[in-house]
Structures are given as C-alpha cells and as structure tokens.
Write a protein that binds this ligand. Sequence first.
Ligand code: ASP
Ligand code: MG
Length: 442
Amino acid sequence: MKVMKFGGTSVGRPDRMRSIAGLITKDNESKIVVMSALSGTTNSLVEIGNNLNKGEKSKAKELIDNLKKHYEDFIAELLKTRDGLAEGKHILEEHFEFLNIILKISYSESLSKDILAQGELLSTKIFSAYLRESGIHHIWLPALDFMTIDAANEPQVGSIKVKLSHVLKQHPDEKLFITQGFICRNSRGEVDNLKRGGSDYTASLIAAAVGASVCEIWTDIDGMHNNDPRIVKDTVPVHQLSFSEAAELAYFGAKILHPASIWPAQYFNFPVKLLDTMEPDSPGTLIEAKTETEGAKAIAAKDNIIAIKIKSTRMLLAYGFLRKIFEVFEKYQTPIDMITTSEVAVSLTIDNDSHLEEITKELEMYGRIMIDRGQAIICIVGNKIASTPNVLIKIFDSLSNVPVRMVSFGGSQHNVSILVPEEYKEKALVQLHHGLFETVKN
Ligand code: ASP
Ligand code: MG
C-alpha cells in the first residue's frame, strides 16, 4: 500500500484535481490519498475565526460568502453531470450552513478548530464527488475516525494504527481511499489539527500506521531545491537526501515539507518522495535512510531568529551551568535551535519569543544577557560535510563580507549552521550557492 498526499495548490484548481485522478489510478497498488484544503482556504478560515473572535460578525459573514462563491465556481467547472453537480451543491450546502450557524454561537478556541476543519472536509468530499462522477471506485475515509493526538497534543502512531486498521478492515476489498490531511481529534474527543502545513504530517503518520511502501508528497515544485528558489537563481532539485538531511532542511526553512513528517519515516523506515503534480514524470526528491554522496547538498534559511548571549565569569570552571540555563528554556517550553559556548559565555538562538521576557528575567540570575533580534540561520546540509575537503573553506570564503554572529558545526555529520543578521540573508544565500554549487550546475 502507498500513501499519496496532495497539497493545496495541487488540488486548488479543477484541472489539477482532474490530473490527480489520473495520478492515483495509474497503477494497481492500494492507496490512501491524503488531501489538503484548496489553496487559500485555510487562510480564509483562519481569518473568519479571527473576525468572529473580535466580534466582527459582518466581516466574517462577508468572508464566508466570498469563500462560498469560490467553491460554487469550482464545482461548476469540475463536475459535469447533473448528479455530480447536485452532489457538489449538497456538499457546499452542508459545510457553508455549518459556517453560517457558527456566526450565531459564541466563539471559542475549540470552535476555531471546527472552522479550520471545513477546508479539508470540503476538498476531499468534492474530490470524492468527482471520482464518483468519473466512475472511479473509492472509499472516503473520515480522518476524525482514526487520526488522534494525545493530551500533550502529540500523535501516537500506535493508537492511530489500531483505529485505522479497524476502519480499513471494514473495506477488505477496496484499493483506493481518500482522506483529509491536517485534521484530527484531541484527547478530549474534540476536532483539532496538526498545526499549519500539517497535512504532510498526516500522510507520514498514516504511512507509518499502515506500513506503507512509500509516502509520496505531491506539491507544485519538482522536489526540494538546493537553495531557496525565491531568492537564488539556478537552484536545482536535490534528487536524494537522507532523513537527517531532509529534516534539517525542512526545519530550517525549506517550505516544501512539514519538518515533523520526517520522524515517522525515519523511525518506521519508509521512503518519502517529493513529487511535482504538474510534472509527474520528473524524479523529484527521494528521502531515505541512506546517503549517496558526500559534501554540501543544499542550503536553507530561517528568519525571525533571536540570539541570546549569556556572559558570566561564574561559568569559568563551573559545572552545571548549562543545565541551569537549559532548564529556564524547558520551563517556558521554548526550543533552542543553535548553541555555541566559550569558557565565559553561551550564545543560543530561539525562534519563539512568546516567553522571552520571563526567560530573560530568569537568565539574569546567571550573568549578563544580550539579545539580538532579527537574525537568520543559514543551514548548509550534506553528508560528512565537515570532513569533506574544502567545504568549510568554501563556506567561509563565500561569507567573507557577511558579518557572522554564530557558527555551529560538529553537532552532526551533516550540517553547518551560521547565524547572520537578517539583512544579510539574501547575500549569504546567493554567495554560498555560488561558492558551493557552481561546479555542480549543469
Ligand atoms: N490546510 C492546512 C494548511 O493550510 C494544512 C495543509 O495544507 O497542510 O495549513
Ligand atoms: Mg504544505
């Protein structure tokens, strides 16, 4: 069995939905197809929720009406038979009636999750109507029946597996299942989600739960590129990455894949393929356990980083100092991305400033604190990168006119991270690309 996940832009236009129907019926292997909401829908639903929260009901109503119009046009173009169109209209009625009802009830956090869930429910139901109209036999699976998160908001593959096997057992002879990405139930049984961009994570969790042969993530680009294509010209897709390399790139800015989707693949050892819906025959990127080549493979960058420096002579010859510092971050559930130390100072970075004030206050007990906002982490990923001759020299040569605030390397075999002020990010990406990959360009 394989899992195929289609993102918002891949389902966002009727012609694209039609090509997906072609892609999922190409071979005879059993499939679970995971879909995102049509592109733009989740953003609109977030906005609807925000307006309701502010008490702006007429603005929320206007957004709901605009969204409905978008879906009416969408089904009119997609569904061609009388029955198909009637089914499409029925689906819109059901979900837009729900959105109109929530205008009348008081807003809550859990209601906002119900609102967000409409996007994936709509896209998969509309796609299912299209498949039925086209005579493609399939089963529509409600993700809310098997995708769950625990009290710490974490999905557990074991319990997803139990529920999903139970659901699948009810359809022993079926080969094609369509389900929703992103949405799930929490430990209180309420509708919840796996956070923005979480459909990739759904696909990977399902692949782990069913022991899939592969988890295919279909998007609108031909794989993970060796640099940010929005900033650097002549980037090329990287054809093969190890799980660690891919995790690092996804976490540090490559938007193509939700970073959490790597761990199920790594743990349960199935390959993940990043493929292009518009160019289905291009090789894309294969993410698997092994690494093929050595040296730098790709560069990614993450903005909005805050650097924190703790300077203290008490650190000199002291033990337990780092533990105390880490405990402060643990207490405020703030992950640290990069860290470097000298004998009298520690520098580290975070990207979540929601508890920065409390963190700073507590850290002041241990030394003088300096905070630099507006930093960017540039992450260079590859296999045995630090021990491959010349890679480090090329990196630092490329950055000779960029002020480097921190460097972290040696933490793993496959990554060098560099912190620069955000305004130097583009320059750093372009120059590193030139310095590291100009010979690879074909
Ligand atoms: N529709 C959700 C979002 O836009 C989930 C996803 O597309 O992955 O965040
Ligand atoms: Mg996505």
